[in-house]
Design a binder for this molecule. Structure first.
Ligand SMILES: O=C(O)CCC(=O)C(=O)O
Ligand SMILES: [Fe+2]
Length: 225
């Protein structure tokens, strides 16, 4: 029997190089701003999608969204109360948005998971979590086979929210209020390629309005569903 090599929880050359390449690309893009957060690499860019593109994606989410589950599949009903769905990668707009994210970050399209849409109505939220996989999780051996650890997350706000709905990074003491069309991109790894606990984040409850986002998580290797 061969032992599983659990390398997703420690520093890694591959993940370090992914971090460096994306950081270099975003740092030289004048349209992209780095958010000042010690210990976390996080960037924003306004007007990444236009109003029509946001509206079309919201309509797709409205037609397909189901109550969200946690990655572990656990039925923790008060932890992630939004509705969500995978968006059809063969749809022209969905594939254009994925390509645009890859062009912005330089990340390979085949490392990206399916674009996921999410809608938060009044009071709905996604409590504090990390997007990287804990190597102690029972699903980690399966994730290793489908592309390994998650490196960067790209998330686009598809609607403004009157009150609440901010993306909160509690260890870094800042939150980002949703701005329609804005993309937020962060590295879930530290510069050395080890998981970064400071990437912990939450979607704060919506107090007024409806929040829509799309999220794309990138793996360190080619993602196979
Ligand atoms: O909706 C947000 O602001 C955060 C969403 C999120 O954390 C995720 O999709 O992984
Ligand atoms: Fe997340």
């Amino acid at each position: 029997m061969t032992d599983v090599i659990d390398d997703g929880g420690i520093a890694s050359d591959i993940r370090e190089r992914i971090g460096e390449a994306v950081r270099a690309k975003l740092d030289r893009n004048p349209m992209v701003s780095r958010i000042d957060a010690p210990g976390l690499e996080i960037y924003g860019r306004h007007h990444f999608l236009d109003a029509e593109e946001c509206a079309a994606l919201r309509a797709m989410i409205d037609s397909d969204a189901q109550p969200s589950t946690l990655f572990s599949g656990s039925a923790n009903s008060d932890y992630r109360t939004s509705h969500s769905c995978n968006l059809n990668p063969r749809d022209v707009l969905v594939s254009l948005v994925s390509d645009r994210i890859c062009a912005l970050t330089g990340l390979p399209p085949d490392h990206g998971e399916t674009l996921q849409g999410q809608r938060y109505a009044l009071g709905q939220e996604y409590k504090a979590h990390c997007d990287f996989f804990p190597v102690t999780a029972n699903y980690w051996p399966a994730m290793m086979k489908t592309g390994g650890q998650r490196s960067w997350t790209a998330m686009i706000y598809l609607s403004p929210v009157e009150t609440g709905g901010e993306t909160h990074f509690p260890h870094c003491e800042f939150m980002v209020p949703p701005v329609e069309g804005m993309i937020l991109i962060w590295n879930n790894m530290k510069p050395d390629g080890a998981p970064n606990p400071l990437s912990l984040h939450a979607a704060r409850p919506v107090e007024k309005g409806i929040k829509y986002v799309v999220t794309k998580w990138f793996r360190e290797r080619r993602w196979t569903a």
